[in-house]
Write a protein that binds this ligand. Structure first.
Ligand code: ADP
Ligand code: MG
Length: 321
């Protein structure tokens, strides 16, 4: 990531008439009022994380959320960056059932990349706008307690429990926590954990209002090969049906499970959004149409009333399109 001055927001807003500019700003008012004081967890990943411009736009969005009284918590992944350093170091990965076997050497690389590089880059891009972000690993202050998923996979962990006390203390100080998803067991052994899973566990433990997943697709697609097949809203039963019929595969499986876990833990709604779109976080939170896929509790209405405007007349848990 470059260390030059933040690039100014690129869209030529000055081309808009004063009326249009005011209209855009005023559209955000009900959302700002609704979210003020609430915790929103954002999982940062995919293209948005490896593209400098998109990463700078993401940092602006997080700072804007914070500026209007939202308490953002950032959780990040880093699979591609781990793979790239493994390649540079000439370390070969072994895969079992599509999952990378994480031996001690691979874990060292993952921890160095996530905690030492990716986390630092996000913190510094936020802090170009003020002294706001604090980076931490799940190993810090007992944040993420992990256990081995399967001894055959080495140090790939599952979340055993989450102690959000350190995050709450940072939020109380008006800081923006940025979390790397390395956890540890009681003996101090570190594990690499899927960031989607950690984000959901943290959102539940923090009583978050929302969780947003930035990914590399438009959202949840009814046909993975057809970008226009985005499902805009779905409830938990609808998701279960889509999982059972094979619509969801690959990296979407842990992400969808994480959305289910978050909503079951009381998070108002979970959103999968296209991280390739600049300022996607702002668009999702502060504009009327929203984008991406919104996951709601059964019945399709979030605690904040969202989802009520969209009919599901056939009752399959998926908003009619
Ligand atoms: P990340 O965790 O960085 O967001 P992943 O690659 O882990 O990205 O997960 C997103 C991928 O899941 C998509 O790029 C797509 O290839 C795959 N996928 C599988 N089924 C679906 C589906 N029904 N809708 C959207 N994406 C899907
Ligand atoms: Mg993934």
């Amino acid at each position: 990531m470059s260390t030059t001055e933040p690039t100014p927001i690129s869209s030529p807003v000055s081309d808009f008439s004063p009326e249009r500019r005011a209209a855009v700003l005023i559209e955000t008012l009900p959302y700002i009022q609704r979210f003020a004081g609430s915790i929103i967890v954002v999982k940062f990943g995919g293209n948005a994380m490896v593209d400098d411009d998109l990463a700078a736009r993401f940092a602006e969005d997080v700072v804007l959320m914070h500026s209007v009284g939202i308490r953002p918590v950032v959780v990040h992944g880093g699979g591609p960056q781990i793979g790239a350093l493994m390649d540079r170091l000439g370390i070969k990965s072994e895969f079992r059932d599509g999952l990378r076997v994480t031996d001690a050497e691979t874990l060292d690389v993952a921890r160095m990349v996530l905690v030492g590089k990716v986390n630092r880059d996000i913190v510094s891009s936020i802090n170009r706008h003020g002294s706001l972000a604090v980076g931490l690993s799940g190993e810090d202050a007992g944040l993420i307690r992990a256990s081995a998923r399967n001894p055959e996979l080495g140090f790939v962990g599952d979340v055993e429990s989450v102690n959000p006390a350190i995050i709450e203390r940072l939020l109380a100080e008006d800081l923006i926590p940025v979390v790397s998803t390395i956890g540890s067991d009681p003996s101090g052994q570190a594990y690499n954990i899927n960031a989607d899973t950690v984000a959901a566990a943290l959102a539940g433990a923090l009583g978050a209002e929302r969780i947003l997943y930035l990914t590399d697709v438009e959202g949840l697609l009814a046909d993975v090969d057809d970008p226009s097949s985005r499902i805009s809203r779905v409830d938990l039963s609808g998701l279960a049906a889509l999982t059972a019929d094979g619509t969801i595969s690959g990296g979407m499986i842990p992400k969808v499970q994480a959305c289910v876990d978050a909503v079951e833990a009381g998070v108002g709604s979970a959103h999968m959004v296209d991280g390739r779109v600049p300022h996607v976080v702002l668009l999702e939170l502060f504009t009327d149409p929203g984008i991406g896929t919104m996951v709601l509790p059964d019945g399709g209405v979030a605690a904040d009333g969202r989802g009520v405007e969209d009919p599901d007349t056939d009752g399959d848990g998926v908003t009619d399109s």
